[in-house]
Design a protein around this ligand. Sequence first.
Ligand code: ATR
Length: 289
Amino acid sequence: MVFETLHASQLKGQRPHRTDMTLHYAVFGQPIAHSLSPRIHAAFGAQLGIALDYRAIEAGRAEFPHALDAFAHAGGRGANVTLPLKEDAAALCASLSERARRCGSVNTLLREGEGWHGDSTDGAGLLRDLRERHALDPRDQRILLLGAGGAARAAAFALAGAGAGELAIANRTHERAAALAAALGAPARALAWSGLAEAGAFDLVVNATAAGHAGATLALPSTLFASDALAYDLSYGRAAQPFLAAARAAGATHAVDGLGMLVEQAAESFALWHGRRPDTAPVYAALRG
Ligand code: ATR
């Protein structure tokens, strides 16, 4: 299957699609050509008999506000937003859901009147993937979160809200981990990056750093993983591999990437736009295959 990727500049002068019944959606980001979102939403639409057009639109931070305006003018009803635009998207919205406001990041936009309503489905996608696909309910679990950027924030609020027993946050730049832990309150606490070897054992270790995108491997002490622990990378594909390999080498029983989270956050966005929740199992299986 081939999906067309537009560059933001190609949106200029596009006419509104008022004459057809197709619903228009897009994912904005940079880079975006390899995004799986168009394929996922096309599969959801086919499954539920909803005619929709979902494109990938390449836009950097400088181009994004205009590109989003042009998309709305051309009839865009909703959009997903990915790196590096999630915080910018939150700032552009006329209204925000409570969970988007809390984590300061938006991955889902809904057109409401003349403005955008922003929501964040990343945390819900993570929880659903953990519970349904990996049999892990965060309640009362000992959890270590690596990273304190935008992706980590969404994960941290979701895990804390799901009743994590312990939520230790370690980040290369300690101040960011401390700020995130302070924003969350108990049971979150910041942990020194250099102190991981003395941090004890965890049931779930979530990698929310961008290290793997640069091919960098994190040094994970063998004391980090409790028996039967799950190592989870929020990235998927190649970017997740350095962490997953390091986690297995350090004794993690299970190590999975975030492909399931990607499909689940997409389903959550889809349900917000269309009022119906797709079955994610066949779509996940097709992507995994
Ligand atoms: P995202 O939206 O993907 O979370 P981000 O907000 O830029 O992107 O955050 C990137 C995260 O990855 C940060 O926690 C960053 O650590 P710093 O706060 O110290 O910058 C972390 N990160 C990036 N490269 C890393 C590396 N090589 N080793 C460890 N952490 C890294």
